[in-house]
Design a binder for this molecule. Structure first.
Ligand SMILES: CC(C)(COP(=O)(O)OP(=O)(O)OC[C@H]1O[C@@H](n2cnc3c(N)ncnc32)[C@H](O)[C@@H]1OP(=O)(O)O)[C@@H](O)C(=O)NCCC(=O)NCCS
Length: 207
């Protein structure tokens, strides 16, 4: 499968498909933010917790027919994730407690990359295409881009309770640099913490 997979920038026409893939992968992680899936979907979108379409570093993996995977990258100086609505409107929609929860979560998972770093902000593969090498292809693409841009490190965060994804990253050469555990994160998402992982790069890593 991975030989037929191509990487490209996410265009407007593919935006909805890409959002669906991201939602499949990440909405379950926000289950505790709101029990209703529809509201959770707009909550995540309105607060920019899954930010697609904000930068020129949003890529998709495709077999030419449909979006198989989404890869959102962040470099030093890239755009910050901001809510799509005014604070007043967010309070009206989700209440003060919803706004506070989203702000805390945003702070807990936010990462600002250094000059020498390319950060994988989100990576997700469509439910029915998992385990076929699409994720590995996207990691290879991110690595290639990082080397081309002169970055020395490819980095990401993975929840402590996501060992399969962690195994994929380790197989690709990432190691855990540190782990941040947080009772706030546990309260908001059910996850006890996040591993920060990185792969040191050299020009030999160019495919
Ligand atoms: C993690 C993810 C991007 C991997 O993409 P993928 O295309 O399935 O990855 P590959 O086919 O290249 O590699 C397969 C490996 O991915 C990992 N993996 C993680 N979750 C998986 C899943 N639900 N199904 C299959 N493989 C998964 C495993 O390490 C697997 O190897 P294994 O068979 O030894 O367990 C994908 O499973 C996904 O979108 N998960 C949901 C969103 C998510 O958790 N993203 C990562 C956040 S840090």
């Amino acid at each position: 499968m991975s030989e037929q997979v191509e990487m490209m920038l996410c265009t407007e026409g593919l935006y909805q498909q890409a959002v669906a893939v991201l939602n499949d992968g990440f909405l379950p992680k926000f289950r505790r933010m709101h029990p209703d899936e529809q509201i959770r979907r707009s909550f995540v979108d309105d607060f920019g917790l899954i930010a697609l379409g904000e930068s020129s570093s949003d890529y998709i993996a495709t077999d030419g027919q449909r979006v198989l995977g989404v890869l959102l990258l962040k470099e030093a100086g890239g755009p910050k994730h901001l809510p799509n609505r005014s604070t007043g409107e967010l309070v009206r929609r989700y209440g003060i407690s919803g706004v506070i929860k989203a702000m805390i979560l945003g702070l807990l998972v936010a990462h600002t990359p250094d000059q020498d770093e390319l950060y994988i902000d989100s990576i997700a593969v469509s439910d029915d295409a998992r385990g076929m090498g699409v994720g590995t292809t996207m990691l290879g693409f991110a690595q290639e881009l990082a080397v081309k841009h002169g970055c020395r490190r490819l980095t990401l965060q993975v929840m402590v309770e996501n060992p399969r994804a962690q195994r994929l990253y380790e197989r690709f050469g990432f190691t855990v640099t540190h782990t941040v555990r947080s009772l706030w994160l546990r309260w908001l998402t059910g996850y006890s913490g996040a591993h920060y992982m990185e792969k040191q790069l050299s020009s030999d890593d160019l495919r």
